[in-house]
Design a protein around this ligand. Structure first.
Ligand code: ATP
Ligand code: MG
Length: 309
């Protein structure tokens, strides 16, 4: 549904996005992750046809952002990372205003405004001033706005920034609901933990370059293997590490600072149970064993070097 081809943006003295190649399937929730200044907003603006690439291009639903901007715009809902100022406009007027901009008229307009207010849980605020809404409500209103013309693709630049945990969960539920409605969603963020729970696919960008793009499960498995184990053995831990590290399904075995045996199991291994069996067979009875959880935060830390442009 979204395909970038060597997408590049150079500002005067800085390459904000460099030869970006990402591919997002229909129905995906794609997490676009990177530290401040990595090039997320620049990429999203190019996809939204609000900024021309220096070189390369992208296709949304088969339409080229270079030259087919009208078709692309009909397909997308873009939510910027800041909320504009709309003095003295009520919530319903704000949505009517954007519906009118999409040439939606009369009863259809009233129906659509009602629908998007219901979807974003803002019906009870319809007569409030936009400026009087809390940040979380403004974010939901921003989402309501991009849904007015029923776009197939949503480009959301940090929709969860500045929200409290509850508001973030609400946004997350809303995005899942939109996915169920068949939308393809690209969402940028540097808050990782919440993306892990809603994205099926991620891209990590740093200094304008893609570090990783693909299936979330795959990247997790790459970092974690089949599993990371911490084991206390009865006997010399160093000898146990030397013995187990030759096993074909063990990618790493070492002694930790507190004298435990650390074992990383290859993603090719059918399960984890062979580790304890092999250790016992080699004469190292097991006193305790626990598996370490790996979350998206760990993946991010391992894949990025923490440098910013
Ligand atoms: N209009 C512009 N003119 C010059 N440089 C720009 C412009 N817009 C962005 N940049 C630079 O391009 C780089 C990428 O910026 P971008 O806003 O895309 O990052 P980001 O990943 O969205 O960061 P953040 O997490 O802070 O939103 C930065 O170094 C930024 O200073
Ligand atoms: Mg940004």
């Amino acid at each position: 549904m979204i395909e970038t081809k060597n997408l590049t943006k150079v500002f005067k003295n800085i390459t904000a996005v460099k030869n970006l190649n990402i591919s997002i399937d229909e129905g995906d929730i794609y997490g676009f992750i990177g530290p401040n200044g990595a090039g997320k907003t620049t990429t999203i603006k190019m996809l939204a046809t609000l900024m021309r690439p220096t070189s390369g291009t992208a296709f949304l639903g088969g339409h080229n952002i270079n030259g087919e901007s009208r078709q692309v715009r009909r397909l997308i809902g873009y939510m910027p990372d800041f909320f504009g100022v709309y003095e003295d406009m009520k919530v319903s007027e704000y949505l009517e205003f954007f519906a009118a901009a999409y040439r939606i008229r009369g009863p259809a307009r009233r129906r659509i405004v009602k629908d998007v207010l219901a979807l974003t849980d803002l019906e009870y605020k319809r007569n409030e001033l936009v400026q009087a809404l809390s940040r979380g409500m403004q974010q939901r209103l921003g989402l309501a706005r991009v849904l007015i013309h029923d776009p197939k693709v949503l480009l959301l630049d940090e929709p969860a920034s500045g929200l409290d945990p509850r508001a973030r969960i609400e946004i997350r539920e809303l995005l899942k609901e939109l996915q169920r409605m068949g939308k393809t969603i690209l969402i940028s963020s540097h808050i990782l933990s919440e993306l892990g729970e809603m994205c099926n696919s991620i891209g990590i960008i740093e200094q304008g370059k893609l570090v990783f793009s693909g299936d979330l499960e795959t990247v997790m498995e790459e970092v974690r293997g089949k599993g990371l184990l911490f084991i206390r053995v009865d006997g010399d831990c160093t000898e146990a590490a030397d013995a187990i590290c030759n096993h074909r399904f063990v990618t790493k075995a070492e002694v930790t600072e507190n004298g435990e045996l650390f074992v990383q199991v290859s993603s090719k291994a059918p399960n984890l149970s062979f580790v304890s069996e092999a250790l016992v067979e080699m004469g190292f009875p097991i006193l305790a064993m626990k598996e370490e959880e790996v979350d998206l935060e760990d993946v991010f830390m391992r894949l990025t070097k923490g440098v910013v442009s």
